[in-house]
Each structure stands twice: as C-alpha cells, then as structure tokens.
Design a protein around this ligand. Structure first.
Ligand SMILES: NC(=O)c1ccc[n+]([C@@H]2O[C@H](COP(=O)([O-])OP(=O)(O)OC[C@H]3O[C@@H](n4cnc5c(N)ncnc54)[C@H](O)[C@@H]3O)[C@@H](O)[C@H]2O)c1
Length: 384
C-alpha cells in the first residue's frame, strides 16, 4: 500500500469531508494507495482545530498556506477555499511541486482558470484534478457504461442539472457563496455548474453555443448583523446548448440547469438522456433508482432498476446495500489517488474532472454570461 502524504488548505465543509473519507479508507477493498493528512491550513484557527481533535496524523497546523506548501513531507494538497483564492493558491501549490485536487469552479473566472492551466503547463509532471462526485453514484456509473457501449443510439436530447433549495429561505443570512467578490460573476454556475457538466464532458459532449437565462431571485439577504446586504449573484441558471457528440458528430440540445432556488428540491443532481435506441433518467432524490427504456419495436416501457452498492472502486460493502453522498466523496478520492498512482482511472466515467474539462466549463459559463447580457446565442470557444 503506497501512502500519499496530504496537506489540506481550507478546513471548512469540504476539507472535513475529505478528512472523513480518508479516516475510513479501510472501507475500500482493493486499492493499493491511501491518503494520509499530515498538514492542515485554514486562515481561521478555530476551524483547523477540528483536524487535530479528530486525526492523529496531523503534524503541521498553520494559518499560512505558504508554510504548508514549504513542508517537504507534503506530496499532495486538497485546496477547498473560496473561489477568489483558487488561482493564487492552486498556482502556488503546482509551482511548489504538490499534486493537486482543487475544488470547483477551478478559478473564479476564465482568466483565473487560464492562470491555473498556465502553471500546470509549466509543471506537467504535477497531477491535477478538480473535485466532482456525482458520477460515482452507481446509477450514474451505469449511465456511463451505457454511454461507453453507445447504447443510446443517436442522442436526441439531454438534460443534466443540480437543483438546490436552501436559498429559498430568504431569512438565510448571506455568506461568501452569495457575494460576487468571493464566489464570482458566474454565481450559481460557478457554484454548481461543474457538477452538472461532468458526465456530459466525459462522454465527449461539446457545447458549440449556448443560450442562457440567468436569474437573480433574492436580491437582498440578512447580513448577519441585523441589517440587509445586497445579494447580486445569479441564483438560477438555465443553459440550452447546441451540443455535438464527439463519438458520432451528431448534434443535440443539452439543457444544463443549476438552480440554487429550486422549490421542491433539496440538493439534487439529475440526468436525463433520450436516445433513438435507449433512454435513461436518474435523480439523487432516489439515488438507487435508475430508469431505463430500450426501443426494441415493442411497447415503450420505462423500467426501474434498483442499483445497489456497485461502486467503481471496490469496497467492503456488499452490492445489495445502499450508497450515499459520503460514499460518492470517498469514491471520488479513490479515483484521484488511483489515477495518481496508475496513470488512468479504473474506467472512463470513474475519474475526477480534468483541467481540460474544467477549462471547457469556464468557456461555457463565460459564454453564458454574455448570452444573458445580450439575450443572444453565443458560441462557446473550444479550449482544446
Ligand atoms: N464538491 C462539492 O460537492 C462541494 C461542495 C461544497 C463546496 N465545494 C467547493 O469547495 C470550496 C470550499 O467550499 P466550502 O463549502 O468547503 O467552504 P467553507 O466556507 O465551508 O470553507 C472554506 C474554508 O476556507 C478557509 N479559508 C479562507 N481563506 C483562506 C486562506 N487564505 N487560507 C486558508 N484557508 C482559507 C475558510 O476559513 C473556510 O474554513 C469551494 O470551491 C466550493 O465551491 C464543493
């Protein structure tokens, strides 16, 4: 078993999710590489204290990310900080020779994303990926297998999205994710967009152009100090993309919906693909359930498959049991470490977002901002 020594920069919600996934690494059955968190950094010391209370492996706690990057013991870093800091800290990590799992959107905007990719181009030996966990749900893995086998025939239409509702509560105080200076001009697209694009990009879908309709629904929020603060970020984004399928060169409409204000939803990914030979739909509302329809000349019947714990990276849990969010996070980390060690993911749809895929998402979201501003259809620049 190879051990990769990690530093975590940003010890909030996602930093702790990684720590939890790493702490139960024995859950994975066949993997020959594991993470060990030896250093943590957060500008808020009360947050990083959680790590020393819960992990015995942490030997460095600092509030300055440069100190962590100077730590020669640290081989790889997970950076989960507000979006305005991505370019600065990701570039510093790459330049310091640390393998990097970065959080989405992988730069606050296109310019920041290009800086990260330039640092990577100058240090090609560094392994860099962006986090996104939804493809690791077993039902999504099955959709991946259908795409791999070209089981859909010609794709007629696809819709993917991420629908969230905690911001429906207008009394919820503003936080950095609702502030343009920390979250970015993309608003909800920067927050949720890569999640909604990951499977399609991995399938080879390339949006040629986009018509976006963006909405800022809640324009003010409590500031947490008794007053109100302006809330100028886009809450909801609906993107209609004319998309080409790289494997067939056919084009089809792909709707990508990322909504922070989605009544009736909680925190749900969904996918629907309609094809000439088969169709499939899935939502994390019922994460085990995959609906599939095959066109075989008979009745058009949607079948319901109950998937079990059929994870891409084998675990001790039997296939009959249920799979959940924290499992998808651990699978994503297994994918990162497996690919770091073996040079490729265990299957095409069991890999983390690549820097090229993150770059394509930036081209798409930047075109979407222009589309909203001009009420027009905007070409998506193909970054590769
Ligand atoms: N993959 C997912 O499902 C998922 C879910 C939520 C958030 N995210 C992403 O993760 C990243 C972090 O989001 P979060 O929800 O964990 O936020 P968070 O606010 O819970 O945590 C961010 C942490 O960064 C720390 N920080 C701020 N400036 C710092 C600096 N200069 N040096 C070190 N630490 C600093 C903050 O003190 C905070 O503890 C964002 O990019 C976000 O988009 C991903």
């Amino acid at each position: 078993m190879k051990t990769v020594k990690f530093g975590v920069i940003g010890c909030g919600l996602m930093g702790r999710e990684f720590a939890s996934a790493a702490a139960r690494w024995c859950h994975l059955a066949e993997i020959d590489v594991r993470p060990e968190i030896v250093a943590v950094c957060d500008s808020n010391p009360s947050v990083s204290a959680w790590f020393s209370e819960n992990l015995t492996t942490v030997r460095q706690i600092t509030s300055d990310y440069r100190e962590l990057l100077n730590n020669l013991e640290v081989e790889a870093v997970y950076i989960a900080v507000p979006h305005n800091l991505h370019a600065e800290i990701y570039c510093a990590a790459i330049t310091a020779g640390k393998h990097l799992m970065g959080e989405k959107p992988f730069g606050i905007d296109l310019d920041a994303n290009r800086k990260i990719n330039a640092a990577l181009a100058a240090n090609p030996e560094i392994f860099v990926r962006c986090s996104s966990e939804s493809p690791f749900f077993p039902a999504v893995q099955r959709i991946g297998q259908m795409l791999e086998a070209e089981a859909f025939g010609q794709i007629i239409e696809a819709e993917t999205g991420f629908l969230h509702s905690s911001d429906l509560n207008t009394e919820k105080p503003i936080n950095w994710k609702r502030m343009i200076e920390f979250n970015g001009e993309y608003g909800v697209m920067g927050d949720l967009g890569i999640h909604a694009c990951h499977l399609g990009f991995r399938a080879g879908w390339r949006p040629a152009n986009v018509r976006a309709i963006l909405a800022n629904i809640v324009k003010q929020r409590p500031d947490g100090r008794g007053g109100m603060a302006e809330c100028a970020t886009w809450d909801n984004a609906t993107l209609l993309c004319e998309t080409s399928d790289n494997s067939t060169n056919d084009s089809f409409p792909w709707t990508i919906r990322t909504h922070r204000i989605a009544p009736g939803q909680k925190n749900n990914w969904y996918i629907e693909i309609l094809g000439t030979k088969a169709s499939a739909r899935w939502s994390s509302v019922n994460p085990d359930i995959l609906h599939v329809m095959h066109v075989d000349g008979g009745e058009q019947l949607w079948g319901e498959i109950q998937t079990g714990y059929e994870s891409a990276y084998k675990t001790i849990t039997g296939g009959i049991f249920q799979f959940g969010f924290t499992d998808s996070i651990q699978q994503m980390w297994a994918a990162f470490l497996y690919e770091l060690r073996h040079g490729q993911a265990i299957n095409r749809f069991a890999g983390c977002v690549t820097p090229a895929e993150a770059a394509l998402s930036h081209e798409l979201f930047t075109a979407a901002l222009q589309s909203q501003q001009e009420s027009s259809v905007v070409k998506v620049r193909q970054s590769e």
